[in-house]
Design a binder for this molecule. Structure first.
Ligand code: GLN
Length: 475
């Protein structure tokens, strides 16, 4: 069966306009592939009937010239983003039967733009993890090598795109959960600037870090989706009232004069040679195209993982207090009174990693340890942000690896949380500093596993990193 994936979205739109293809057919083709790739466990729910019905409606709009900018775009949504009348499990048993009463802003914007939402994707419980092994609904398999993890926490969304189950997908990135699975599965993933995309209707993990971001097989697809979901939202006071540029217009391929920084701390001696060489190869191409490359320093890099895990667990312990058996989802049948209802519902409803983080977060916020851990980490976060401000005085973007390794084996790190946390070493800084960052495929290692490379930009400078990523993608 022909998959519409490799066709650029603009060409697909022309085919739709000329009647050569219909949204209904595109949707059916993706639904067929979803069925064929069911064993990957990428989806939590598939909207077969709704998607078909919507596609017929959009075909009518196309015929009358009234369709929106994403007509023909099939998209999957991480199951942490609320969709009215649909389950939103967040990969957790505690929300197994939770049905959202309203739509997240991104869902409304996608629907208004005539995108077709094909289903909700599997994920690490409450987006905590780097391998999608922490879902209450089973492990997600990497389509490149099914014995390996797809990365996490948005593993289902990355796999949906990599396995051609949907053209694009939305994930969320609190510390790398869009970029690292994109790298492991060989697709493109963007974490926008904090505040660029509304978080209204996104179930919170760590509110000062969380951002919704798109996955695609091409930078152009990412730009098309970002164009629609970006922008101020009065329902989210942390969404920024900053104009949204025309992202597609910036994909000129011209990188002449752009200053690229290579932070020396991200290319330390321990870095895997294959990953280092793959990235240097791409940087060399950018240089030949007229970019200016120089080494820079982000001196507080060694503190990023510790700072991230103190602050995000603190925020998570507070955000997850709402799952108490009374208001949302699971209530233990073993409850005898109010206290045992809280204790049993939470003990039975949450998985091990979520409990670990709630305990860590409660600890760093407790009276005796607040100053030593939480306050100190806030101060270090400021220093990390300043590192980026200083670097961006010298250069326009930074290029680094996305992950210290390619996709690891299922089960390899699951019993060793510290090793798992350390695998986030290159991604968490973008969330600590609030800057945008994209991961793009950058060849494969000797085992044929995809290598990812990151491009960091200035706050609200998505157009620059998209331009560089697009130039790299062109080969
Ligand atoms: N892997 C990181 C963590 O476990 C990032 C998660 C995320 O970005 N949601 O916290």
């Amino acid at each position: 069966m022909s998959v519409p994936h490799p066709i650029p979205f603009d060409s697909l739109r022309e085919q739709l306009a000329s009647g050569e293809i219909t949204c209904e057919r595109i949707t059916d083709e993706y639904l067929t592939i979803i069925e064929q790739k069911k064993h990957l466990n990428a989806f939590r729910s598939v909207f077969t009937d709704e998607a078909r019905e919507r596609s017929r409606l959009i075909d009518k709009k196309i015929a009358t010239g009234t369709s929106g900018p994403l007509a023909g775009m099939v998209i999957a949504i991480k199951d942490v983003i609320c969709m009215e009348s649909s389950p939103t499990t967040c990969g957790s048993k505690i929300l197994e039967h939770f049905v959202s009463p309203y739509n997240a802003t991104v869902i409304k914007k996608l629907a208004d733009a005539d995108a077709i939402i094909i289903g909700k994707t599997n994920m690490d419980e409450f987006a905590m993890g780097s391998s999608t092994e922490n879902s209450a609904y089973g492990v997600v398999l990497n389509p490149v090598d099914e014995t390996r993890v797809p990365g996490g926490s948005s593993g289902g969304s990355a796999v949906a795109v990599a396995a051609n189950c949907s053209r694009t997908a939305l994930g969320t990135d609190t510390g790398g959960s869009v970029r690292q699975p994109a790298a492991f599965c060989g697709v493109v993933g963007l974490k926008p600037t904090y505040g660029r995309v509304s978080r209204y209707g996104l179930v919170a993990f760590a509110s000062s870090f969380d951002q919704i971001g798109p996955f695609g097989q091409s930078v152009r697809d990412i730009a098309h989706v970002l164009q629609v979901i970006a922008g101020h939202d009065r329902h989210d006071s942390t969404s920024a009232n900053v104009p949204v540029p025309d992202y597609l217009e910036h994909l000129t391929g011209d990188v002449r004069g752009l200053r690229i920084g290579l932070p020396k701390e991200y290319f330390a001696d321990e870095l895997n040679e294959e990953i280092r060489n793959a990235i240097h190869g791409k940087v060399e191409i950018l240089k030949q195209r007229g970019a200016i490359v120089k080494e820079v320093s982000l001196p507080h890099t060694e503190y990023t993982v510790a700072t991230y895990y103190i602050l995000t667990t603190a925020e998570a312990s507070s955000n997850l207090a709402r799952y108490d058996g009374a208001r949302f989802g699971y209530r233990s049948p073993n409850a005898k009174d109010l206290t045992t209802m809280y204790v049993h519902s939470r003990s039975e409803g949450f998985g091990a990693e979520v409990k670990r983080r709630i305990m860590l977060g409660t600890y760093v916020l407790s009276a005796g340890y607040y100053d030593a851990y939480y306050r100190k980490a806030q101060q270090v976060r400021r220093l990390i942000k300043q590192d980026f401000d200083n670097a961006f005085r010298e250069v326009d973007c930074l290029i680094t690896p996305t992950s210290p390794t390619t996709a690891f084996k299922i089960g390899e790190k699951v019993d060793d949380p510290l090793t798992m946390y350390l695998s986030d070493i290159y991604t968490v800084s973008a969330n600590l500093a609030g800057v945008p960052c994209i991961s793009i495929p950058c060849g494969t290692d000797l085992q044929g596993l995809p290598i990812g490379m990151q491009v960091f930009g200035r706050q609200f400078g998505e157009e620059t990193i998209l331009r560089i990523a697009d130039s790299i993608e062109k080969g």
